[in-house]
Design a protein around this ligand. Structure first.
Ligand SMILES: [Zn+2]
Ligand SMILES: [Zn+2]
Length: 419
């Protein structure tokens, strides 16, 4: 199972996002009882991976020596824990080699070529998808999870240096925070503006002795925080849940938001369109003809849905008939109204185990409606047939036409997506 895919050029922000997502995915509520122990081991490993990737020194060790550097130094992997190398590879889609050497990714993230963009007044929002089951969207849900974020250093208030110290102008970039470098692109040399690694794009820095003791000149420190998101009942695919100001803090900027975008998990029983639900119910041939009174379906909140058939004496249920149940669809946000439930009837005909006597069959002929008037034609050929034909073979003998048509059908299962 993938933890999260990130480009090899993952910045510290990306690493933290990956960690946050892993924290959510391994939340006990998201995992069935029997997988909980495994999930907690897995989570510990993700935590370990995060610690290594986030700490520059440890990351350097990892890049040069691999996991061996950690297993032998008082930080053993847990028994039965997944291999950390594998885990890191999953999180970042390949070797870590390229990451350690990424120039200047510590500060503001990647910078496009050509001049220094003005500093935004707000740190960027962090957006991520969040998968929610149809049951949880039906009932609503609160999810708590722990998260790690950068906050302005409490000791230096984001200055990065000791109280009386002044930052020195960076000589590498002449205080610009970025510099022009020549890069080879195929056979051409191009000039590109990159963030200055000496001052991390700040244009100035504190000498080692003047650096803030707490944040070591980084101006921010990490903080663990318990976050809580509330998914309202009736929430839909694409809805956004915003945790205001919970994104990383950046000195001199308003903190951005963490935004979760809801992705509705596919449901094995129900299909949803807006606030309506649809599913199929099975009735036997006898039930369709003679009636029944029973639970035909378990709803998303666990309630049984009972039907009484027929409503009017003598009525039957036909294959494909649609029964509309008002008010049993999805809840609508901020109201007590609900959508409707559409039940499509599937009539189960008797299978090969049904073994009626000739007398029973005569009785049925007598009871059921008579055939329509015979078709008059001349001449008449009596033919043989294969009772187990498949419509998939329809047109298949005709190379192009047959298979091309079939492939298209396979890719996109016909589904009702109307609003
Ligand atoms: Zn510089
Ligand atoms: Zn500080």
């Amino acid at each position: 199972m993938q933890v999260l895919e990130i480009h090899q050029s993952a910045s510290k922000d990306d690493i933290r996002k990956a960690y946050r997502k892993a924290a959510l995915t391994n939340h006990p509520d998201k995992v069935p009882e029997e997988e909980r122990e495994e999930a907690s081991i897995r989570f510990k490993s993700v935590q370990e991976a995060y610690d290594i990737l986030y700490d520059d020194d440890k990351r350097h060790l990892y890049d040069t020596h691999g996991m061996g550097a950690f297993n032998g130094s008082g930080e053993p992997g847990m028994a039965g824990a997944p291999d950390l190398d594998d885990l890191l590879a999953q999180m970042f889609g390949g070797g870590m080699g390229g990451m350690g050497g990424m120039p200047g990714m510590g500060g503001m993230g990647g910078m496009p070529g050509g001049g220094r963009p003005p500093k935004p007044r707000r740190s960027p929002d962090e957006e991520q998808d969040y998968e929610v089951s149809l049951e949880d969207l039906y009932k609503g849900k609160t999810v708590k999870f722990s998260s790690v974020k950068n906050i302005i250093c409490g000791l230096c208030k984001g200055k990065g240096g000791k109280e009386k110290a002044t930052a020195k102008k960076c000589s590498t970039c002449d205080g610009q925070g970025h510099k022009e470098v020549l890069q080879r692109m195929g056979q051409f040399l191009t000039q590109q503006s990159v963030v200055c690694t000496t001052c991390n794009g700040q244009g100035s820095y504190f000498s080692p002795k003047d650096k803030c003791k707490k944040c070591k000149g980084n101006r921010t420190t990490e903080e663990k925080k318990l976050l809580e998101i509330y998914i309202p009942r009736g929430a839909r695919q694409g809805d956004k849940i915003v945790l205001e100001g919970e994104a990383d803090q950046v000195p001199d900027q308003e903190p951005g938001d963490i935004v979760f975008k809801i992705v509705e998990e596919e449901h094995p029983v129900f299909a949803r369109a807006g606030s309506d639900l649809q599913t199929t119910i099975d009735v036997t041939l006898a039930e369709s003809l003679t009636g029944f009174s029973r639970v035909v379906l378990k709803h998303l909140d666990g309630r049984g849905i009972e039907l009484n058939h027929p409503i009017t004496p003598g009525a039957i249920l036909s294959p494909g008939q649609v029964l509309k149940v008002p008010g049993e669809g999805m809840p609508m946000k901020r109201t007590d109204a609900r959508g409707d439930l559409y039940l499509v009837v599937d009539v189960k005909f008797p299978d090969s185990n049904w073994n009626p006597t000739p007398a029973m069959i005569e009785k049925l002929k007598e009871i059921l409606p008579k055939p329509e008037a015979p078709i008059v034609a001349s001449p008449v050929d009596e033919v043989t047939y294969d009772p187990k034909g498949s419509i998939d073979d329809f047109g298949a003998q005709d190379g192009d036409g047959g298979s091309g048509w079939e492939d298209e059908e396979d890719d996109e299962p016909a589904q009702c997506a109307a609003q």
